[in-house]
Write a protein that binds this ligand. Structure first.
Ligand code: Q0Z
Length: 295
């Protein structure tokens, strides 16, 4: 790469900022490639915390890249070979722009989150009737596809029946979304289980390339898109221990934090020991899942 006279950036802004998510940023390069940048921001109890977790964005990006490889025979990914600006090295994925499917594709093997709430109210999730007697964290009889609407920013997704996806996207596309989502879940859950990690559920994003092929986009099977539980601590009937965020949640819930998650006040800054232990939990998830050492 050449550096223009005046230094990098002197040729004008090479990147267009498209969108800010809670913990990620989306840019477009001059040649139309999207850069999905994972920051070190962390969210808990629906707040983005003011304290970053060093390397979190790099760890999650490297984990996604590893999963895309493992899943290449299930579904092609949006990744392309393109240079990444030095400031984003290791934390950005260069991807082709897809026409995104306007549905959150979720698969669940365990009962948690909105599915638990729906089950308690109705005995069903997305119109799928579940056996009586399940409790928080229970393993489901088999993985289920539980699509949801994409809520506007700041709002929660709403679970919808698969029939509603078929109505919106057509029966053939809906069937493909379900098939791909369940295969990604099964492959992810199987691989993680061999390393002592339960994938309780996962949310994937799919989009069409210009040729009309469905591709896996965004991040995949990361702690930010999936519920990962240490299998050794799994115990249905109570909230499960989160592989990555437990330390943060426990501290925010402690008297030391002096904060009530029902408050609208922002949560306090995290102390150093919480940051360090949380960083270590992301590294442990990466190392256990991939079998690779973190740099
Ligand atoms: C991903 C997101 C955010 C980062 C749009 N390949 C693609 N083609 C078209 N759109 C997307 C992708 Cl990955 C796309 N997102 C989610 C939001 C930062 C990613 F703020 N949105």
């Amino acid at each position: 790469m050449t550096v223009p006279p005046g230094g990098p950036g002197a040729a004008g802004p090479a990147l267009k900022h498209l969108y800010s998510g809670k913990v990620r940023e989306l840019y477009e390069t001059a040649d139309g490639v999207l850069l999905l940048v994972a920051t070190d921001r962390i969210s808990a109890f629906d707040h983005v915390l003011e304290t970053p977790i060093p390397d979190k964005g790099k760890i999650l990006t490297q984990l996604s890249l590893w999963w895309f490889e493992q899943l290449a025979d299930v579904v092609p990914s949006h990744l392309v070979q393109a240079p990444v600006p030095a400031e984003f090295a290791g934390r950005a994925m260069a991807c082709r722009r897809l026409s995104m499917v306007p549905v959150e594709c979720v698969a669940r093997g365990y009962l948690a989150g909105s599915a638990l709430a729906d089950y308690r109210r109705t005995g069903e999730v997305c119109g799928i009737s579940l056996p009586a007697g399940l409790s928080e964290g229970s393993r489901l009889p088999g993985p289920v596809f539980t699509p949801a609407t994409k809520a506007p920013r700041g709002e929660h997704d709403v679970n919808i029946p698969a029939a509603e996806v078929a109505r919106q996207a057509g029966a053939a596309v809906a069937a493909e979304l379900e098939r791909i989502t369940l295969q990604v879940y099964r492959r992810g859950a199987e691989l993680a289980a061999a390393r002592g990690i339960i994938v309780a559920d996962t949310k994937i994003e799919l989009g069409f390339d210009p040729g009309g092929r469905l591709m896996l986009a965004d991040e995949v099977l990361t702690p930010d898109s999936s519920r990962l539980w240490p299998a050794s601590q799994w115990q249905p009937g109570r909230p499960q221990v989160s592989f990555d965020k437990q330390i943060v949640r426990d501290w925010l819930d402690s008297p030391e934090a002096g904060w009530d998650k029902r408050d609208t006040d922002p949560p306090p800054a995290l102390p150093g020991h919480v940051v360090e232990q949380t960083r270590a939990s992301y590294i442990e998830a990466y190392e256990r899942i991939t079998g690779r050492q973190w740099v």
